[in-house]
Design a binder for this molecule. Structure first.
Ligand SMILES: [Zn+2]
Ligand SMILES: [Zn+2]
Ligand SMILES: [Zn+2]
Length: 125
């Protein structure tokens, strides 16, 4: 029984996997199957991981306003009103600043409008 001779460099070759589309043996490093062009999923397992919109951390949650994927650190909790009553929502930076700006604007406009109406009534009397 003759031992199979290992060709030089053979042990250095990349592990092969079968293409999921045509079954052609391709390197796991290959981006696409050279035979049929089918994308090789095994080449980039991290590509499927959702990433945070602000950093490279894996997204574990998402903005409750626009739905952008985010890590825990880049979401901020804010109290928002929904008609009657309100709830705390986790929001991305953009949605958070929008909500804060809107709260400040409405907080500043409402007293001014009320004051103006009261003044108008007072003047007409
Ligand atoms: Zn293929
Ligand atoms: Zn982040
Ligand atoms: Zn958002």
């Amino acid at each position: 029984m003759a031992a199979r001779k290992v060709l030089p460099g053979q042990e250095l070759t990349m592990p092969l996997i079968a293409c999921s589309a045509c079954g052609h043996r391709i390197s796991i490093e290959a981006e696409v199957c050279p035979q049929c062009g089918h994308p090789n999923r095994a080449s980039r397992p991290e590509a499927d991981e959702p990433k945070c919109y602000a950093c490279s951390a894996t997204a574990t949650t998402r903005c409750q306003s626009c739905g952008v994927l985010s890590c825990v650190r880049h979401l901020q909790s804010i109290y928002v009103t929904h008609g009657r009553g309100g709830a705390y929502e986790l929001r991305c930076k953009d949605c958070y600043s929008f909500a804060v700006t809107w709260t400040v604007i409405s907080g500043a406009i409402v007293p001014v409008v009320v004051l103006a109406i009261l003044l108008l009534i007072f003047v007409r009397m």
